[in-house]
Design a protein around this ligand. Sequence first.
Ligand code: IMP
Ligand code: MG
Length: 179
Amino acid sequence: MKNPKVLYTEEEIQLNIKLLAEKMNAFYNNEEVYVVCVLKGAVMFCTDLVKHLNMPVKLEFIRLSSYNGGTSTTGKVNAVDISLPDLNGKNVLIVEDIVDTGLTAKFLIDFLNCNFHTKSTKFCSLLDKKTARKADIEPDYFCFEVDDKFLVGYGLDFDGYYRNLRYIGYLDGDEFERA
Ligand code: IMP
Ligand code: MG
């Protein structure tokens, strides 16, 4: 298996997560937050992020998928498991690995709006691929704006592999380029 080229090191990622958590700590001002981690990609980011949050936190996990093992979205978001507690009146913070087309983010925000009257709904993504956007959506929080390249590591996968890397990287070679 190829070694991805490093885009963001473990140190850069961890530093940016701490800075992001500080912003959140200031915004929520010790109010309780329901953090909704979008599996599988956001697992590393979310578990590192919540360790720096100071307010009372409840951690929920949902599982979505939109890829079939390739490097581009099928365009259809599949809710593998979206069971959530009653979020009426709660502060909800969705945590994703990357916003690409934005279809997943839009699906989730619409889902929350249809099912709950939350106190607040914020969307946080480790990475933001702004140039790939199809849905009109921007994350409220993100760590890094990235080019339209297929990235792996720190939760992000190619065909299920590379999630365990401590850094974020990219694979060069035609098979990984977006068409
Ligand atoms: P979107 O719905 O197109 O915004 O894509 C969202 C999902 O696609 C993310 O949650 C990721 O799981 C996956 N994804 C998008 N870009 C990449 C990438 O560069 N590497 C790995 N997964 C990606
Ligand atoms: Mg994801």
